[in-house]
Unconditional design. Structure first.
Length: 398
C-alpha cells in the first residue's frame, strides 16, 4: 500500500473514520465537511480513496469485476482467511450466500422475526412503568442479543460476551485488540459447534450452528473450517449492527417530538419510518480493493488501491435526497438507501433487521410517550466500521 494516490491530480484530505475527533460528536455529520468533494484520497491507515456520493458508492458495490471484497474493512479485520461469504468474490461467493439465506428466509426468517417482535414487546412492557431507561443498555442491546440467541439457538446469557467481542472487533482499529477479539469469538463458536456435534448441547433443530453442522455446499458436506467461518461471520454481522441502528434512530426521535407523536398516532407508518431512519443512520462503512486499474468518479484508481464506502455519506447525499439531514417518513425514495449495502453482497439480514426496527418503533410508541434525553447528558459516539452509540438515557412521564 502506498500513502500517495496513483492519480496525482486527485484531492488529498486528512480523513480517518476511526479516530477523527468529529466522530465522537456525531459519526453521521462528522464528514459533512467533505461534501463538496466527489472523491478524495487520504494518506491515513496506509492510504485509501473515499467516495462521497450515493451513485458512485452504488456503482462500486455493483462492479464485482473491477472491485474485490477480499478486505471489507480498513484496516483489514486481521483474520487469516476471507470472512465468508462477505469477503469472497464471485463465483466462490454464491454457494455460501445461498446456504446462509436458508437460515434467514422462509420459516426460519419468520421464526426469527417473531423472536425479535416478542423481545420488543417484553422489553417495552418491562421499561414503560419505570419512566426512565438507558435505551442502549436496556433496550437495543437486549434486543440484538435476543436476535442472536434465536439465530444461533444458544442461551441468551452467552450472548453478552459475544457482543463485547464483536464491538472490539468492529470498532477497535488497533490490530492486537482486533486479533484478540477474533480469537475469543472463534473459540466460543468452535466450542458451541462441537457441543452440538457431540450432543452435550441440544437445540430445537432450527439454530444456525446445528444447521451448519449438517449443511452441504456444491454437493459435499461443509468442512469444519467452513462451518466455523460462516458462523463467525453471522455472529459478527448480526451482533452490533442492529443495536446501533436502533440506538441512533431513538436518539434522533428523542430530539424530534413531532415524529414521536406521529408514530404513536399512526402505528401503520412504522415500516416506512424504519426505512427512513435506516437511511439517516446508515451505520456501516465498508471497503473494496481495485482488482485492476479503473476509473471512478473521475479519478484513476490503480489495481490494489482501496476505497472506503461510507454508507452514512451515501445516505445523506444531497444529490440523491432532498433535505438529507431530516427524517421524512413520507420520503418517496427512502427505500433506495444503501444501509444494507448493494449488489451481490447486500445484507442477508436486511429483512429481519428492518422488521426488528419496525417492531421496536411500533411497540415503544404504543406504550411510551414524550420521551427525551435529560438536559446536560453527554452522549458518547464512535466511528469505525460500524458507528456506535454508547449510551442514551431517556426519561418520560408515567
Ligand atoms: C441494521 C442492521 C444491519 C445492517 C445495517 C447491516 C449491514 C450490512 C451491510 C452494509 C452488508 C454488506 C457488506 C458488504 O457489501 O461488504 C451486510 C452484509 C451481510 N449481513 Fe448485514 N446488516 C445488519 C443486520 C444483519 C443481521 C441481523 C444479519 C443476520 C441475521 C446480517 C447478516 C449479513 C450477512 C450474512 C452479510 C453478508 C452477505 C453476503 O456477503 O452475501 N446482517 N450487512
Amino acid at each position: 500500500m502506498s500513502p500517495t494516490p496513483s492519480d496525482l491530480d486527485a484531492p488529498v484530505r486528512e480523513f480517518n473514520h476511526h479516530s477523527d475527533p468529529a466522530v465522537r460528536v456525531d459519526p453521521f455529520t462528522a464528514f459533512d465537511r467533505f461534501r463538496d468533494e466527489r472523491v478524495f484520497w487520504t494518506p491515513e491507515l496506509d492510504g485509501f480513496w473515499v467516495l462521497t456520493r450515493h451513485a458512485d458508492i452504488r456503482a462500486v458495490l455493483r462492479d464485482t469485476d473491477a472491485f474485490s471484497s477480499r478486505h471489507t474493512s480498513i484496516p483489514p479485520a486481521g483474520w487469516p482467511r476471507p470472512l465468508m461469504p462477505v469477503e469472497l468474490d464471485p463465483p466462490d461467493h454464491g454457494a455460501y450466500r445461498v446456504l446462509l439465506a436458508r437460515c434467514l428466509n422462509g420459516r426460519a426468517g419468520a421464526a426469527l422475526a417473531k423472536a425479535v417482535e416478542d423481545a420488543c414487546a417484553r422489553l417495552v412492557a418491562g421499561l414503560a412503568p419505570a419512566g426512565r431507561c438507558d435505551l442502549v443498555l436496556d433496550f437495543a442491546r437486549p434486543l440484538q442479543n435476543a436476535l442472536f440467541a434465536a439465530l444461533f439457538d444458544v442461551p441468551e446469557e452467552e450472548t453478552q460476551a459475544c457482543a463485547r467481542w464483536a464491538a472490539d472487533l468492529l470498532q477497535d482499529a488497533r490490530p492486537a485488540d482486533r486479533a484478540g477479539a477474533v480469537k475469543e469469538f472463534m473459540s466460543y463458536v468452535e466450542r458451541a459447534i462441537s457441543e452440538y456435534l457431540d450432543g452435550t448441547r441440544r437445540g430445537e433443530g432450527s439454530g444456525l450452528l446445528e444447521f451448519l453442522s449438517r449443511a452441504e455446499v456444491d454437493g459435499r458436506p461443509l468442512s469444519r473450517q467452513e462451518s466455523l467461518d460462516l458462523a463467525f461471520l453471522m455472529g459478527m454481522a448480526s451482533l452490533d449492527t442492529l443495536t446501533n441502528s436502533v440506538s441512533f434512530s431513538f436518539r434522533y426521535l428523542a430530539a424530534h417530538p413531532e415524529h414521536q407523536q406521529r408514530l404513536a398516532a399512526e402505528p401503520g407508518i412504522a415500516a416506512g419510518a424504519a426505512e427512513e431512519l435506516l437511511r439517516l443512520h446508515s451505520v456501516v462503512s465498508i471497503a473494496r480493493t481495485a482488482k485492476r486499474d479503473t476509473e471512478v468518479a473521475g479519478v484513476r484508481m490503480r489495481a490494489g488501491e482501496r476505497v472506503l464506502l461510507s454508507l452514512a455519506l451515501a445516505g445523506r447525499d444531497p444529490n440523491h435526497y432532498a433535505d438529507p439531514a431530516a427524517a421524512d417518513f413520507d420520503r418517496a425514495n427512502a427505500a433506495s438507501h444503501v444501509a444494507f449495502g448493494f449488489g451481490a453482497h447486500r445484507c442477508l439480514g436486511a429483512r429481519i433487521a428492518t422488521q426488528g426496527l419496525t417492531a421496536a418503533l411500533r411497540e415503544w410508541h404504543a406504550a411510551i410517550r414524550d420521551y427525551s434525553v435529560p438536559p446536560g447528558t453527554e452522549l458518547v459516539t464512535d466511528g469505525g466500521a460500524v458507528c456506535s452509540l454508547e449510551n442514551l438515557p431517556l426519561t418520560w412521564q408515567v
